[in-house]
Design a protein around this ligand. Sequence first.
Ligand SMILES: CC(C)(COP(=O)(O)OP(=O)(O)OC[C@H]1O[C@@H](n2cnc3c(N)ncnc32)[C@H](O)[C@@H]1OP(=O)(O)O)[C@@H](O)C(=O)NCCC(=O)NCCS
Length: 335
Amino acid sequence: MKNYSVGISGVGSFVPENILTNYDLMKMVDTSNEWIVERTGIRERRIGSKDISTSDLGTEAAKRALKDANLKPEDIDLIIVATITPDHLFPSTACIIQDNLKATNAAAMDINAACTGFVYGIVTGASFVKSGMYDRVLVIGGENLSKIIDWKDRNTCVLFGDGAGACVLERCDEGYGILSYELGSDGENRQVLIQPGGGSKIPASMESIEDNLHTLKMDGREVFKFAVRTMERTSKVALERANLQVEDIDLLIPHQANIRIIDAARKKLDLPMDRIYVNLDRYGNMSSASIPVALDEAIRDKKIKKGDNILFAGFGAGLTWGSLILKWNKEEDNV
Ligand SMILES: CC(C)(COP(=O)(O)OP(=O)(O)OC[C@H]1O[C@@H](n2cnc3c(N)ncnc32)[C@H](O)[C@@H]1OP(=O)(O)O)[C@@H](O)C(=O)NCCC(=O)NCCS
């Protein structure tokens, strides 16, 4: 079994044009801009139009990542899509994107680890490259959450948005790329964040629709406590596994759910604010798309350079969590 170093060779993202502001939401539910900003940090989010699906967002992000990596679709060996809002329960959204891209040499599969999905996807894809089984893996985090939100529930509808981000994984020079990671799960607490209807447990029926079981349900306070605990703990596990200290981290790219969660984790980790990338004010929580969209923006904002230690830390439904540390292996683009 080979043991190659694996890094990110291309990054891309795509969000729908349509912006839904907190002021727009005030016309839909009993809320205020002040409440949403103070309790979450979110000011606006992107909402895909009716005819947009996760594969559309993911395909565009993937095209941009391939361009950034200087690759053609047929160079890709495997496509992994992390999503909780697939186009269909089956076939996989990865197969639809494979067809859209004409990635004729790629295997394709979806994974579901909710908001931790992108970290799970990178770890899964990297394992194939590390072992020498595949040379190039495309990992996409894409969500069309607006389709599963209960737009009458002010507890949840203000939090989420649509978007997609993608990365290409390839071998890189030793000492660069993925240094460590941790993935975890706690299925016992699955009820705190769930879309109950539409699967084999509660298939679609007149009753399930009347009971509104096909939308996202959340116990916000429980998720909040879990998130703060987890962000700190999983970050520390990844640091320990990479034999690094908090001071060695150049940029933390956290899952973008709530500024208060990020701030609490930041304080516990004792990391200065200028070493954390935050864009949730403009996008809300895009679940598995949050980290790759933030990564793409951080690169374009020139916040990342070759040799930087980048920490991803996420949490989500399942419950799941994951962290990953990369030594950035890509030269800065001169454009
Ligand atoms: C959802 C969340 C923002 C709520 O913030 P909070 O400070 O915990 O607020 P609470 O749940 O304690 O609710 C406080 C009050 O605000 C109300 N409220 C909830 N949403 C509101 C909204 N959009 N506008 C105005 N008031 C709202 C509640 O009904 C509650 O009123 P009550 O005291 O009369 O019952 C917060 O718990 C959170 O972010 N949780 C994590 C969610 C998350 O990250 N999910 C995705 C994980 S991947």
